[in-house]
Design a protein around this ligand. Structure first.
Ligand code: CP3
Length: 317
């Protein structure tokens, strides 16, 4: 459950007065915040507390995560000269990630830690637009008007993503998730042509642990996301999970409770959980999750109820 922490009072307490990206660079905070949802909910896996822009910040990109907004850049990257800002990520740039993951693997014991990175398109969109974007129009214009610059940009970003995952895996992460949160803005054709190859490069670089590949609004090209090198396909809430499983034969699926429905009556939430569990039985395996991140106003008790119901359904016997 991404950003599960945001809805927890214990998270807000730890983060008080500390900017988001600063908290990601402090192993004491990273380990505490990663453990909070595990302690409270007893979930079956932990997701590393960090952000997709952490590796960009670590190579000197002027980026900040603004509360209620998301990542914002000091200056967007739109020309060949701008590209020079994107030097490769060296493990030494993110020693705090190595240290945090090692401490977490130790504390978590049997509970797996999921590492993650932003996919090349989603990261490139932040870099080119300079912040969150509804239409991604500057990014799409660049992609179509200057294919060479686009390819160089995605190559560099793919290498950064791969290096960021590499550090987490080397430090002991049990699985990784590649987030292409904004890929749903693309046509299937553009995705296949000028985005998928770079996501595939990142996923191919992960040698030894299972890879989850997730996008929002990507129902139309789930098979392409699977082919990029996913061991598990993450599904948002738009597509029934049995239909998703049908589109990616042979692949385990992850998802897909609509995070907004956590605010509905408990009986509604229970029924949604049951429906999704039933739909997931059509896949070779199902990792229960939300269809996107937890919304900040979510009642932690509702999440606890969901976890309990899923675990009761999954328990042997
Ligand atoms: O729950 C966790 O702590 C998991 C770690 C995690 C965060 N971001 C921490 C975070 C993960 C896996 C992410 C990934 C991430 N970050 C994505 C991809 C996944 C997705 O949700 O699609 C994206 C697109 C980002 C960029 C980003 N960072 C956004 C859009 C936001 C939300 C801005 C807002 O306030 O609405 C962030 C901030 C962020 N990242 C928070 C957390 C816990 C909230 C920080 C806060 O306000 O306290």
């Amino acid at each position: 459950m991404r950003q599960a922490g945001r809805s927890l009072p214990e998270y807000r307490r730890v983060r008080e007065g500390v900017p988001m990206l600063e908290s990601c660079a402090r192993p004491d905070m990273v380990t505490e915040i990663t453990m909070q949802p595990v302690r409270r909910y007893g979930v079956d896996a932990a997701i590393f507390y960090s952000d997709i822009v952490v590796p960009l910040k670590a190579i000197g990109v002027d980026v900040d995560v603004k509360p209620g907004v998301g990542p914002v850049l000091g200056a967007p990257i739109r020309s060949r000269a701008d590209l020079d800002q994107l030097r490769p990520l060296e493990p030494d740039d993110v020693r705090f990630v190595d240290e945090s993951v090692r401490a977490l693997v130790d504390q978590l014991g049997e509970t797996p830690l999921i590492g993650f990175a932003g996919a090349p398109f989603t990261l490139a969109s932040y870099l080119v637009e300079g912040g969150p974007s509804k239409h991604h129009e500057v990014t799409k214009a660049l992609m179509h008007s200057d294919p060479e610059l686009w390819h160089d940009l995605l190559s560099r970003v793919a290498a950064i993503s791969a290096a960021f995952l590499g550090v987490q895996v080397a430090a002991g992460a049990s699985a990784v998730q590649l987030f292409d949160s904004w890929a749903g803005a693309l046509s299937a054709r553009d995705y296949a042509r000028v985005v998928q190859p770079y996501s595939a490069r990142v996923l191919d670089s992960v040698g030894t642990v299972p890879r989850i590949h997730f996008g929002v609004g990507t129902s139309e090209f789930l098979p392409l996301m699977a082919e990029a090198g996913a061991d598990v396909v993450g599904v948002d809430w738009r597509l029934p999970l049995d239909e998703a499983a049908h589109r990616v034969p042979g692949k385990p699926v992850q998802g897909n409770l609509d995070p907004a429905l956590l605010g509905a009556d408990p009986a509604v939430v229970d029924a949604e959980v049951d429906r999704i569990l039933a739909e997931g039985r059509g896949a070779p395996a199902h990792v229960f999750n939300l269809g996107h991140g937890v919304l900040p106003d979510t009642d932690p008790d509702v999440l606890a109820r969901v976890v309990e119901r899923v675990q009761a359904a999954g328990a042997p016997g």
